[in-house]
Design a protein around this ligand. Structure first.
Ligand SMILES: C[S@@+](CC[C@H](N)C(=O)[O-])C[C@H]1O[C@@H](n2cnc3c(N)ncnc32)[C@H](O)[C@@H]1O
Length: 530
């Protein structure tokens, strides 16, 4: 492997092989960057991004801004693979597309799911490249036995049959199924900076990086280049650990995701914290006292050395509201949430559904026991915000982005600081503010709060520009996009005199915090309304 600062370490107890660093790394530095061996665009985004360089416009994704503007044109033969330039088309043609183009053309634009397209790219490799790649894949985990017990295994077999037939490989079906299992265990999604999945990648070296819910590194993409960046200092000889899940979820949700998707029981430092009176409980796991809102953690953690520590908390430390059986109280609350069906709504496609969700959200908020950073608030907000953006109801979208930014991100950004998801939220906040400012289309309710939206926008763009290089490195396409599109547009809106004043003043002097507090009130007051 030609990555000088990284070595493969075999057989970590309980988790197989992994990658360790060969020197010290400070926070926000880069460990390595690499173009993944195989990547494919997400089936839903094929016509929006370049299949070679994954060029994004930050507004490629449905979640930031509808009506994206990426200029790509399709391959004239298969008509289902898109490129931003002839150069990209040629590169991809030589690397992969010349072997898949005919297959895709024969499918008449009905492109199979991304794992199948990715597997076809592997199965149609030839020569030295094929030998090297297959050798590197040999020792990767497939979890084929675990997958065999899953309900959707039949689908995996069907997908493997498809990939075998389309690619014309001579490998027996069993071997293709095992390969697909390796792809499922070791691939990663390619997010754009708005955190929409725009593709899928597979690389035998990158896939050696193991998981922790308290990670020291993060994977981000700058176009098609994957960067492994440090989020807290790593000492020489330490393992590189990233998160495989939505790391903002509470521990039981993370564990469940890791068990069902990656087949292991996470024993990381966040899931098994040290038993010590000085240990600060992980805020991701908090519930709130229904009387006064103070945080408490009632999990029965059977497999866990600190069970006692958490189970002993039966009384609110602030108001002394009593819990006779805290785990049971929580179970009842979880049942109540399940009975609302609120967490199951993944796509909102009408005003009625959206209003119903909003009213359930308010009911749950009134219970006070579930902090806003927990499920199901996370899922509901993740669906409501793009819905209102799509409806161009910017005032309502602003309420929900306010809840996300002020109330969820406090915990979301707990670790790692400047998580990519936090930057995606700020970006979305910026987009909504800019729309409100340029259209002047405020609701009466929003006008009532007399918020200086320009000040808010200025501070957020400043925050974004300061934070992006920490996670994405200098001069990323994300940074350039924010500078070229959002800063320029914002300055245009302000005019030269105001712009000069802003450039020479601190956020404090500009009253940014005061204006942001008004948005916070606008968002939270709404949750309390009947
Ligand atoms: C992408 S692979 C990582 C490389 C893997 N260790 C190997 O040797 O091929 C993902 C698999 O590694 C294992 N793994 C990763 N992180 C782990 C952890 N923190 N604890 C236990 N197993 C882990 C799980 O079996 C998981 O399905």
């Amino acid at each position: 492997m030609s990555l000088p600062d990284v070595v493969i370490k075999k057989n970590f107890p309980g988790r197989g092989n992994g990658l360790v660093v060969a020197k010290d790394f400070s926070a926000y530095s880069e460990i390595f960057r690499k173009i993944p061996e195989v990547s494919v665009p997400d089936t839903d985004h094929r016509s929006q991004i370049c299949a070679n360089c994954f060029l994004f416009a930050a507004d490629t994704g449905d979640r930031v801004q509808p009506g994206s503007v990426v200029k790509v044109s399709s391959c004239g033969k298969c008509r289902s693979t898109y490129y931003c330039s002839q150069e990209c088309q040629l590169q991809d043609w030589k690397a992969y597309h010349k072997r898949e183009c005919k297959i895709l053309a024969s499918l008449a634009r009905k492109v199979p799911p991304s794992p199948v397209v990715l597997l076809m790219r592997i199965l149609t490799m030839d020569g030295d490249k094929r030998d090297r790649f297959y050798k590197a894949m040999e020792n990767l985990m497939s979890h084929i036995d675990d997958r065999g017990k899953m309900e959707d295994f039949a689908t995996l077999v069907l997908m493997s049959k498809g990939a075998k037939e389309y690619s014309g490989t001579k490998l027996p079906l069993d071997a293709v199924v095992e390969m697909l299992c390796k792809v499922m265990t070791n691939s990663a999604s390619i997010p754009n900076p708005s955190y929409d999945t725009v593709g899928m990648m597979f690389d035998p070296v990158i896939s050696l990086i193991n998981h922790s819910c308290d990670p020291n590194a993060v994977l981000v993409f700058n176009k098609n280049v994957l960067l492994v960046r440090v989020v807290r200092p790593i000492k020489k000889g330490e393992e590189i650990l990233i998160t495989y899940t939505d790391n903002t979820m509470p521990m039981p949700h993370r564990k469940e995701q890791l068990r069902t998707r990656y087949f292991f029981d996470c024993q990381c430092t966040a899931c098994c914290p040290p038993v010590s009176p000085h240990h600060k409980p992980d805020p991701r796991n908090n519930f709130a006292c229904p009387e006064c809102g103070t945080a408490f953690q009632p999990y029965p953690m059977e497999s866990h050395p600190s069970t006692q520590l958490y189970n002993d908390i039966y009384e609110c430390s602030a108001c002394h509201y009593g819990f006779l059986d805290a785990p049971n109280v929580v179970a009842n609350i979880e049942d109540k949430i399940a009975s609302t069906g609120i967490a199951d709504v993944s796509r909102i496609d009408s005003d009625d559904i959206a209003s119903e969700l909003v009213s359930k959200l308010k009911q749950l908020y009134k219970l006070r026991m579930i902090p806003l950073h927990r499920s199901p608030f996370i899922e509901v907000l993740a669906n409501l915000i793009p819905y209102y953006i799509k409806q161009e109801d910017w005032s309502t979208a602003l309420r929900f982005i306010g809840i996300e930014y002020f109330l969820q991100d406090e915990v979301r950004s707990w670790q790692p600081e400047f998580a990519p998801i936090r930057l995606a939220h700020i970006m979305r906040f910026v987009v909504i503010l800019l729309y409100l400012i340029t259209t002047g289309n405020y609701s009466k309710d929003l006008e009532h709060y007399s918020i200086n939206l320009r000040e808010c926008l200025w501070g957020l763009v400043t925050e974004l520009e300061r934070s992006i290089p920490r996670i994405y490195g200098e001069n990323s396409t994300f940074e350039i996009h924010v500078r070229e599109k959002y800063r320029k547009e914002m300055l245009k809106q302000m005019g030269p005199v105001l712009a000069r004043i802003h450039m020479n003043s601190s956020l404090e002097q500009l009253g940014w915090y005061k204006e942001m507090a008004k948005i916070k009130a606008y968002a939270i007051d709404f949750l309390g309304q009947p």
